[in-house]
Structures are given as structure tokens and as C-alpha cells.
Design a protein around this ligand. Structure first.
Ligand code: SAM
Length: 168
């Protein structure tokens, strides 16, 4: 399962979670997206249905700074084969409890768990001290998304969001 990182060097390198994945041998640096690209503005949601393509061609994360990553930035990648992640809360100290705004490491770990590679996802989370916080915050959702199709994930997300946003 190959993880790729496109680095923009916009954040403090000491806090950069993508650099940590590279340093620890879990990811490699590339210049262009390979396999499936994690892009929060994609209109397709990552699911178990993406497992085969990720196994064969890999998963790429765009390691930019959230402060510099507006819709225009992510739109530049709209021609890549990309996926958004369903509702999850960040567990990292910078964006703690913010929905959808995950660090690179959280985004990759969540993707791996969703496609059934839970052990590897948990291993990645163990690289940062707030990794278990991310898992605990999202445990029920991650269990509900685990090995599910896109349609099933969207149903879970919709039901959850209705409660979260105080809907009917
Ligand atoms: C904007 S960067 C911020 C990285 C941060 N500097 C770090 O050290 O981890 C996070 C990347 O993770 C992926 N990502 C995060 N949240 C996501 C989501 N909700 N859906 C899809 N991809 C997401 C995207 O590739 C995004 O560009």
C-alpha cells in the first residue's frame, strides 16, 4: 500500500505530519498525484470501493498549509482521480475538533481504516502523540464507515450530520 505526499513546505517542518510519515518510511514524496488523491472538495467520497485502486496505484495527500489552501488551490487538482473524506473531526492540536480539516497523517490513517487496512491506519496514528485522540473522537464514525460502500457512507454521514447540526 503506497502512500505519496506532494509537499508544499508551507508549515513548520517540525510539526508537519507528512514529513513524519516520510521520515518513518510510511510515505514517499512525489510531484504529481498517483492513484487516488485526497482532496476535500472532491464530489466523490472515499470508500471501501476504492480499496483495489489504492492497493494497486496508491494514495496521495496534498501537504499544504490549511491557511493557504482555499477552494481555488484544491480546484487545481479537480482533474485528478480524487476523493473527499466523510465527516470526521481533527484530533490534532492545531485544528482540534474541527470537522473535515484533518492533518495529512489523519487523512491518510482514516482512509486506510475505511478501506479495511485498520492495523496500518492505527500504526500511522501511533506516530503522533495525539493520534489516539483522533481515533477516540472518531471511533464510532470510523466503525460505521469501515469497509462500507460510498452509498452506505453517505447515508451514515447524512444521518450523523442531521444530529450534529441539530436537524430533524
Ligand atoms: C491541507 S494539508 C495540511 C497538512 C498539515 N500541514 C500537516 O502537517 O498535516 C492536509 C491534507 O490532507 C488531506 N485531507 C485533509 N482533510 C481531508 C478531507 N476532509 N478530505 C480529503 N482530504 C483531506 C488533503 O490532501 C489535504 O490537503
Amino acid at each position: 500500500m503506497q502512500i505519496f505526499v506532494i509537499e508544499f513546505e508551507q508549515d513548520d517542518p517540525k510539526k508537519c505530519t507528512a514529513k513524519r510519515m516520510i521520515r518513518k518510511g510510511f510515505a514517499i514524496r512525489v510531484r504529481t498525484p498517483k492513484g487516488i488523491l485526497l482532496n476535500p472538495i472532491s464530489n466523490k467520497t472515499l470508500s471501501y470501493e476504492d480499496r483495489e485502486i489504492i492497493q494497486k496505484r496508491g494514495l496521495t495527500v496534498l501537504d499544504s498549509s490549511w491557511n493557504k489552501s482555499d477552494e481555488k488551490f484544491f480546484k487545481k487538482y479537480e482533474n485528478s482521480l480524487s476523493r473527499r473524506l466523510p465527516f470526521l473531526l481533527a484530533g490534532n492540536p492545531i485544528n482540534y475538533a474541527k470537522p473535515f480539516k484533518l492533518s495529512s497523517l489523519e487523512a491518510v490513517a482514516a482512509s486506510l481504516i475505511i478501506i479495511g487496512e485498520k492495523e496500518l491506519g492505527l500504526k500511522l496514528l501511533s506516530l503522533v502523540k495525539w493520534g489516539p485522540t483522533f481515533y477516540k473522537l472518531n471511533e464510532n464514525l470510523l466503525e460505521a464507515y469501515y469497509k462500507k460502500s460510498e452509498r452506505e457512507i453517505l447515508e451514515v454521514e447524512e444521518e450523523f450530520l442531521a444530529g450534529y447540526l441539530g436537524g430533524p
